[in-house]
Each structure stands twice: as structure tokens, then as C-alpha cells.
Design a protein around this ligand. Structure first.
Ligand code: GLN
Length: 261
């Protein structure tokens, strides 16, 4: 079994160490004895929709987004749509998240047309407007699992009827600082404003993305749980530092078996 990851624009869209999400996905698969292949797709690189099962795109400032947007829609768009429709997992963070929507209206200049994978649009309120910056804690819609991270964006994102939020910002602002929603999900496509990087402290989401990617190629697989003792401790500490109180936390196993090096 092999986890096939495509890292989009690793050189252009990688704010606040977002590439750590790819490292986390790879290491967690390797800890489970699953082979990993990471392909990088930069500007002008074509994407093969059948070669990868998990696509990652990180954050970036308006300038980097302006460079990436036409390539994302033109060169890579049809393949990414085909892969997502066929069940591939996608994780998009902040600037990458905004470009998965219909458009991003930056602080200045023309709208950046997005991939339209997620039913949403983003508008920057303009130069001099308040940036949304700070620690953020999100409670997942439905299962109530927690995500912790850091947000730093000027754009305000608004979901359309075909997108559902990942959850509610119980600390911090989330998509737009008004409706308390954070992120967006469609099939196995996840967009979020959470930097950190996101996945090291939020292993449940890393495993959801991995399971979706492997299911696309191998059918109904079950991921062996990992101890995640340190991950839960780090997430709990981050949530408390952010000001979240009284969160029930999935108990990590008392004895974390030694991990392979
Ligand atoms: N440039 C976008 C904004 O300001 C995204 C920023 C980011 O990726 N952190 O909203």
C-alpha cells in the first residue's frame, strides 16, 4: 500500500511552515508501515489525476496567490477537479483554501478566479482593514472534535449552499469573523484558515485525509490508530493557551507504544 501525495506550489504557497502538513501525513503513514510517495507540482507542472490521491496546497500572500491562480485553474484545474470528483483528498490552507473557491477579491487589483471546487468566495475588505490574526480553536460540526491552530488572513470567506463548514470557531475568527464558521468541506476536499502547521496537533484530520486517499485506490481500508499521546497533549496545551476552557478531549492511550524511528 502506498500513500501518494501531490504537494502543489511548495515553493510559492508555504506560509508559516504549511509544508509541515505534508511531512505529518508522510510520517504518520510510515509509522503505520505504509509506503509514501510525494510529488511536487510547481508553476507550469502538469498534474496527473490518477497519480496522486492526496493533494496539498498551502497559504500565501496576495502576490503569490496572483502568480498561482491562473496556473491552478488553467494548467492543473481539470486534473484536480477530476481527482476530487473521483474521491481524492485535498487539504488547502488559507491562501490555497481561498483559491479553491469561485474567486478571491484581494486588497487591490482584479479578482483571482479560483478552482470552484468549494462553493465559496473570499473578499479582502481593502488596504488598512483589520487583519484576522491569532490563535484559533474550532469545534467540528457534528462529531465535535477540536482543531487548534493559528490564523492570519485579510480575506473574509463566505460559504455557498453546496459547502459545509468544518466547524465553529469557539476561539478566534474563522472564515470571516462574523458567522463563526471555519473552513469548508465538500466530499474529501477540506479548506481551512488554520496554519500551525495544522496537522501535527490535529491528528484526527490527518488520518481522515489519509484514509480517504487510500480508500480511493485500495477500497475500504481501516487505519490502525496511533497512540498520539504527544499530539493530544500539544493540542490541549494550545487550546488552553488560546483561551478555550472545558473541552472534552479524546483520551490518548495511557501507554504509548514505542514508535518506529
Ligand atoms: N493573502 C490571503 C489573505 O490575506 C491569504 C493569507 C494566508 O495564506 N495566510 O487573506
Amino acid at each position: 500500500m502506498e500513500l501518494r501525495i501531490c504537494h502543489l506550489y511548495p515553493d510559492l504557497l508555504n506560509l508559516y511552515g504549511d509544508r509541515g502538513n505534508v511531512t505529518t501525513l508522510a510520517r504518520r503513514a510510515q509509522w503505520r508501515g505504509i509506503a509514501v510517495r510525494v510529488i511536487e507540482a510547481r508553476l507550469d507542472d502538469p498534474v496527473d489525476p490518477d497519480a496522486s490521491d492526496l493533494f496539498f496546497i498551502g497559504g500565501g500572500e496576495d502576490r503569490q496567490q496572483r502568480l498561482a491562480a491562473p496556473d491552478l485553474c488553467g494548467v492543473k484545474g481539470p486534473a484536480l477537479r477530476e481527482a476530487a470528483q473521483a474521491g481524492a483528498a485535498v487539504l488547502a490552507v488559507c491562501g490555497g483554501y481561498q483559491l479553491l473557491g469561485h474567486y478571491y477579491r484581494p486588497a487591490g487589483g482584479p479578482d483571482l478566479i479560483g478552482l470552484g471546487l468549494l462553493d465559496l468566495h473570499t473578499v479582502h475588505p481593502g488596504p488598512g482593514s483589520r487583519r484576522i490574526i491569532g490563535n484559533i480553536v474550532v469545534k467540528e460540526t457534528g462529531a465535535g472534535r477540536i482543531l487548534v491552530g493559528f490564523e492570519n488572513h485579510g480575506g473574509r470567506t463566505y460559504l455557498g449552499p453546496k459547502a459545509r463548514p468544518i466547524g465553529t470557531a469557539i476561539v478566534g475568527s474563522g472564515n470571516n469573523g462574523a458567522d463563526r464558521k471555519e473552513g469548508a468541506v465538500w466530499k474529501s476536499v477540506y479548506g481551512t484558515y488554520l496554519h500551525g502547521p495544522l496537522l501535527p496537533k490535529n491528528p484526527w484530520l490527518a488520518d481522515e485525509l489519509t484514509a480517504a486517499a487510500l480508500r480511493r485506490r485500495y477500497g475500504d481500508i481501516v487505519l490502525e490508530p496511533l497512540p498520539d499521546l504527544e499530539e493530544h497533549r500539544a493540542a490541549t496545551a494550545a487550546a488552553i493557551r488560546a483561551g478555550a476552557r472545558g473541552l472534552a478531549w479524546p483520551g490518548a492511550r495511557a501507554q504509548a507504544p514505542e514508535r518506529p524511528a
